[in-house]
Design a binder for this molecule. Structure first.
Ligand SMILES: Nc1nc2c(c(=O)[nH]1)N[C@H]1C(S)=C(S)[C@@H](COP(=O)(O)O)O[C@H]1N2
Ligand SMILES: [Mo]
Length: 426
């Protein structure tokens, strides 16, 4: 692809069209509302090859694929970040996600012992412990319960972790890509717990996966009865193996590790399962040497997805729409404010519908760039009134030794050439 075609114009990838645009660009210089003079034209461009030939029919693609020109819109991983391929993480290309839903092929992955290939015909979900009527369900049996469809984000507690000590990774994908948002379809966990009948001593719930790690987590019964879902559907199809096919738990708004994938067992108990390795929680090391435990909620966060290091300003000064995503594990996003001067002043961005609870929310702000270096930021406020903190403010509480829970304001530095860098302001 030529430099021209890869820019903010339609990006057809056809060199002929690109050179035509270059011609048009040098021609007209009339003033105008939003788009640069280079985008104006009086006559249509010549028909490219694909408009003069027949394309293939349906037979070559029983399962659809993105355009061949989107081959760089992919999950990526950082080789030094995890110790083994079994304990792995890949990142969502947020720079390529236009709306609030994360395409299933984009959805970040986090594995503690690799990605199992589970046969749904053999898969069973056991629900037992302090219950009156324990159950062992096949997928068919499970899918007979009344079901719901809900849109929620999922975010790893370690999202942004490498940025605690300093700005490290010059990439939106790597600073924020351990998050995704999907429409999940399944049965409310409360329905299943109602079916088995939780005894009154039942206060905690162990959830366990069928992967080699048998990853398990303890959850308080209140959250399980509130909005947790046992799901098999993801964005218009079955869960992907990456996301826990054929069955996973979704714990809306809580850090990703409790949303156990390949869910095979739910046990009700009186106390959390402290004795098991890593059970129940991740901990965050504080400057005092103490660690915070049972910190489950993903606090409000936002980030500009355009521009960003992967998507610079390629066509000079003038009008742009700033775009971003915001989310909160405590409910809906109430407001997002955007700064173009490193947080000195803020302008309210427009929230795009739908604004859903515990889901990614899209925001936009029209902006005229004067072509000079600027520091861009976005700051989310959720419906509880919680305001996303700056990194300096957050470090006062968390220090720099943390791995988890970095929900700080992101600063993108735009240089005069339009390139964008990840920086931190003290
Ligand atoms: N069984 C099982 N469930 C799991 C994990 C795992 O390794 N095994 N990883 C957890 C972590 S740490 C996160 S952040 C989310 C990631 O979900 P995703 O891979 O669908 O993005 O799944 C969680 N559930
Ligand atoms: Mo995670």
């Amino acid at each position: 692809m030529t430099q021209e075609a890869a820019g903010t114009e339609e990006g057809s990838g056809a060199p002929a069209m690109a050179s035509r645009r270059r011609l048009l660009r040098t021609g007209v210089v009339a003033g105008g509302a939003m788009l640069a003079a280079s985008a104006r034209a009086a006559s249509p461009p010549d028909d490219p090859m694909w408009s003069r030939t027949l394309g293939p029919g349906v037979a070559d693609r029983p399962y659809g694929q993105p355009s061949q020109y989107e081959k760089d819109a992919i999950r990526r991983y950082v080789p030094w970040l995890t110790q083994s391929t079994q304990s792995d993480v890949s990142f969502t290309p947020l720079q390529d996600q236009p709306g609030i839903l994360t395409a299933n092929g984009f959805f970040y992955e986090r594995y503690h012992s690799g990605r199992p290939s589970v046969d749904p015909a053999q898969h069973r979900l056991l629900i037992h412990g302090l219950v009156d009527r324990p159950l062992l369900l096949s997928m068919d049996q499970l899918q007979r319960f009344p079901s719901v469809a809900r849109i929620h984000f999922l975010e790893c507690a370690a999202n942004g972790g490498p940025e605690w000590p300093a700005a490290q990774l010059n990439s939106l994908q790597f600073t924020h890509g351990m998050v995704g948002c999907a429409e999940w379809v399944g049965v409310p966990l409360s329905t299943l717990l109602g079916e088995v009948g939780v005894k009154k001593e039942g206060k905690w719930v162990l959830v366990e996966g069928a992967d080699g790690a048998h990853m398990d987590r303890s959850l308080p019964i209140e959250k399980c009865l509130d909005d947790c879902l046992v799901v098999w559907g993801q964005n218009g199809e079955a869960l992907r193996p990456e996301q826990g096919f054929p069955l996973r738990l979704i714990v809306p708004g809580w850090q990703g590790n409790v949303s156990v994938k390949w869910l095979r067992r739910i046990e009700v108990g009186a106390t959390p399962w402290y004795t098991r390795e890593e059970t129940g929680k991740y901990t965050e090391l504080l400057p005092s040497g103490k660690a915070l435990g049972f910190t489950w909620v993903n606090e409000a966060k936002s980030v500009l997805t355009f521009p960003c290091p992967e998507k610079p300003l390629t066509s000079g000064a003038g009008f742009y729409e700033l775009r971003g995503l915001a989310w909160s594990g405590r409910g809906k996003i109430r407001q997002v404010d955007v700064s173009t001067d490193g947080g000195v002043s803020y302008t309210r961005a427009a929230l795009q519908e739908p604004v859903l609870t515990k889901a990614l929310t899209r925001f936009t702000l029209p902006w005229r760039w004067d072509g000079k270096p600027v520091l861009l930021q976005s700051r989310a406020t959720d419906e509880t009134g919680y305001v996303q903190p700056g990194i300096a403010e957050l470090r006062k509480v968390m220090g720099t030794g943390s791995v988890y829970l970095n929900n700080s304001i992101q600063t993108w530095q735009v240089l005069a050439d339009g390139s964008v860098n990840n920086v931190q302001l003290s």
